[in-house]
Design a protein around this ligand. Structure first.
Ligand code: DLL
Length: 431
């Protein structure tokens, strides 16, 4: 099932023509309307007319989150405010948030792109879609909402939080599709178990999850406990929000809506293009955005592009699941580790629940890494020898990452349950 088969299954050479034409028109518009770009292009002696092939994109300067912050709130808008019908902001926790705007046309296109990823994830107009993502400045709630309405599904804007109410709604309104962060999906699963509601008491069929890194074992656990087919969805507010890339039901990577976004992978250090198929930082250029176009936006997210054709028939390239942002990567005693790798090992072990926190300290100038995990409900933490066995076994499995972690078992349900994006790391190291 496709939403816009003519675009999603376009042959590559037609697609590249569309991309180039749209790139040129975006560059002309930003050069004319956004002072940051006209200045940067002038500094490089670059005229948008000189960009004659998609490879020429490498000659363009990058845009960073700092550029967006420095131009807070409206400095990067390419249209007057009177043409903007929607404002959203990034969920950034430090400093000023970044504000993004959408014209009527942008909102229309955004809805179409979200309709594509919803369709790819198995949602149809017959579904009752519960959107348990925050509705507010965060792009998740409204982004998915408009796409789901566009499809003609029955949309429940339950927003985030209030887990018991979410569950009542899920049961009473007979929700068939759930959209939230993967960590919240597991929190819902825990709450359901606590209330004695089994997956067969629910009508859920599919789940679209995203907005934070997660792992394959976590996907399996969500699928198993909620009875859904779970797909991964990627978006970033500065570029648009959800709808940039999403998995189809093959679940082998996220199709990027390449007729609206030009994706590159660069070496995060040098900014040079990565070799084909190599992992690096995802850089995105918007091809159709009117209010807030961005050129070569450094997402900070690490991934690689998958060129092989997908059995689903979509021709858009896929990006691999994101292990984390370049700046989420922990360097522990010089070893690079992503929280999602720790998560995968914990879940695969079958010894720990899905809730965990990594705590980093510095003792005697050395990094000390501890993972707090909740003991499974079935497990009696009073039985010292049994807990010791679990701790030892998890510790050994985590050694696979090249770092030695201390493991601490905490009582079930004591770690924080996120309603939006999970915070997995507490870094208390000071230099
Ligand atoms: O999180 C947009 C979104 C909403 C995507 C709902 C999917 C579902 P921001 O708040 O700007 O936008 O956060 C963007 O979240 O740079 C990634 O680091 C991370 N992220 C988003 N989706 C995924 C994913 C929304 N599927 C930042 N896997 C991005 C891993 C993700 N990380």
């Amino acid at each position: 099932m496709y939403w816009q088969a003519d675009c999603e299954c376009m042959n590559r050479s037609d697609l590249e023509m569309v991309q180039l034409e749209r790139l040129q028109s975006t560059l002309t518009r930003v050069a004319r309307n956004v002072p940051l770009y006209s200045r940067r292009f002038a500094e490089l002696g670059l005229d948008p007319d000189q960009i004659r092939s998609l490879d020429d994109v490498r000659r363009l300067p990058f845009t960073t989150k700092a550029d967006v912050r420095d131009n807070y709130p409206y400095g990067l808008f390419a249209v007057p405010l009177r043409e903007v019908v929607r404002l959203q902001a990034s969920s950034g926790t430090t400093g000023k948030p970044t504000v993004v705007g959408y014209t009527k046309g942008d909102v229309r296109r955004w809805s179409e792109l979200v309709a594509r990823v919803l369709t790819a994830g198995g949602v149809t107009k017959d579904d009752v879609v519960q959107i348990a993502l925050n509705y507010g400045l965060f792009t998740g709630g409204f982004g998915f909402h408009y796409g789901a309405e566009r499809i003609g599904a029955s949309v429940i804007p339950s927003s985030s939080g209030n887990t018991r109410r979410q569950i009542m709604i899920m049961q009473d309104y007979r929700a068939t599709a759930l959209i939230c962060t993967p960590s919240y999906a597991l929190h819902l699963a825990d709450a359901l178990a606590e209330m004695g509601v089994g997956r067969n008491d629910l009508t859920l069929r599919v789940g679209l999850f995203g907005a934070e890194p997660w792992s394959e074992p976590m996907r399996r656990e969500i699928e198993e406990r909620l009875g859904v087919q779970a797909t991964d969805n990627y978006g970033i507010s500065e570029v648009m929000g959800p709808g940039i890339a999403g998995e189809c039901l093959e679940r082998q990577g996220l199709h990027i809506n390449e007729d609206h976004f030009l994706a590159e992978i660069v070496d995060p250090e040098s900014g040079e293009p990565a070799a084909p198929g190599e992992t690096g930082e995802l850089v995105l250029t918007t091809l159709t955005k009117e209010a807030f176009p961005v050129v070569r936006y450094r997402t900070g997210d690490l991934t690689r592009l998958i060129d092989e054709p997908c059995p689903c028939g979509r021709t858009f390239r896929r990006m691999a699941r994101i292990p984390g942002r370049a700046d989420d990567m922990l360097i522990i005693r010089g070893v690079n580790v992503f929280p999602s790798q720790v998560e995968a090992i914990l879940l695969e072990s079958g010894l720990a629940g899905p809730h965990y926190q990594i705590v980093l300290d510095r003792e005697d100038r050395m990094d000390k890494a501890t993972v707090l995990v909740e003991a499974p409900e079935s497990f009696c933490t009073d039985r010292i020898s049994e807990s010791q066995g679990v701790i030892e076994s998890l510790r050994r499995k985590l050694e696979e990452l090249g770092v030695s972690f201390d493991v601490r078992l905490v009582e079930p349900r004591t770690l924080e349950r996120p309603e939006g994006k999970a915070k997995r790391v507490l870094d208390r190291r000071t230099l």
